[in-house]
Design a protein around this ligand. Structure first.
Ligand SMILES: Nc1ncnc2c1ncn2[C@@H]1O[C@H](COP(=O)(O)OP(=O)(O)O)[C@@H](O)[C@H]1O
Ligand SMILES: Cc1ncsc1CCOP(=O)(O)O
Ligand SMILES: [Mg+2]
Length: 267
């Protein structure tokens, strides 16, 4: 086991800025603004295109797609499925955010349908990943009632079962493809007090997958961005409100030296 930043991470961060990938994000009403601004801050190009009349067509021109079930309704779900289907068909990476999947049967059915279209990465908090991996229900709505460190085995098993990368966020972020596992340390205790940073983490994973074919390395880079920027933003903020603004500034200011300060443990 080693504790070091992956050599791939700085080049992925730079590639997002240089290539400005078009990230289509079908996300919930709560997160649209912050997730789009997070993508802009790191140099990606967000497009919140969700309607089933156009989501599949748009997914064919996007560099990566995110699908987030945070505020679902039937027509939005149709749009999600069209986008996921199209992304899978043309080989565009797509990332699933199973918000509060343990909470209702409706959400579990949506996630089951979306998983048929083979996401590149599933990014959730520990309750969400445990809900998918073990079929356990509950959780605390969109928030987690479990620690990411308690979901490592479940995440590894899920990654193997789905042949995907699984990211479990929390105090530490666990990234696994079932054989390789990385734990990213950092961030700040105010992060869960700012809504939609999990949704934004999913958006960043999509942006990194657009420029890096190794989805595990792409996901590590996305988590490093938030961990480093979050830690720095916390040092100069008065509370969650100013933290939210400072986080955007710190994401935009990420450079090789700052990225290299990340603490990543691999096994
Ligand atoms: N207590 C914490 N300390 C540091 N970072 C945190 C903490 N809680 C969450 N984060 C970070 O906040 C982001 C969102 O994660 P999380 O809160 O687990 O997602 P969600 O909002 O989907 O539940 C991630 O980058 C994660 O690392
Ligand atoms: C509050 C809320 N309600 C439905 S979706 C949503 C946003 C959840 O965002 P995150 O999972 O990133 O905290
Ligand atoms: Mg979430």
């Amino acid at each position: 086991m080693s504790s070091t930043v992956t050599s791939a991470t700085p080049s992925i961060v730079a590639a997002v800025r240089a290539q400005s990938p078009l990230v289509q994000y079908l996300t919930n009403y709560v997160s649209m603004d912050v997730a789009a601004n997070v993508l802009n801050a790191v140099g990606a190009s967000p497009a919140m295109v969700h309607d089933p009349h156009e989501s599949g067509e748009f997914a064919r021109i996007a560099s990566a797609v995110g699908v987030n079930i945070g505020t679902p309704s039937p027509s939005w779900v149709d749009g999600m499925i069209e986008a996921a289907r199209a992304a899978h068909e043309v080989g565009t990476p797509w990332v699933l955010d199973p918000v509060a999947v343990g909470a209702t049967a409706y959400r579990r059915e949506i996630v089951a349908q979306l998983l048929e279209h083979r996401p590149t990465v599933v990014r959730g908090n520990a309750s969400e990943i445990l809900a998918i991996a073990t079929s356990q229900t509950g959780g605390r709505g969109v928030d987690s009632d479990a620690a990411s460190s308690d979901a490592v085995d479940a995440a590894r098993g899920l990654a193997r079962d789905l042949a995907t990368v699984v990211v479990v966020t929390g105090v530490e972020d666990v990234v696994t493809d079932g054989s390789r596992t990385a734990v990213v340390h950092g961030g700040h205790a105010w992060m869960p007090m700012v809504t939609a940073l999990g949704c934004s983490a999913t958006a960043l994973v999509a942006a990194c997958c657009a420029v890096e074919p190794d989805a595990l390395e792409a996901s590590v880079a996305a988590m490093v961005m938030l961990a480093v920027a979050g830690e720095r933003a916390g040092e100069r903020s008065a509370g969650p409100g100013s933290f939210r603004v400072a986080l955007l500034d710190e994401l935009a200011a990420l450079d090789d030296v700052r990225v290299a300060s990340a603490r990543v443990v691999r096994s």
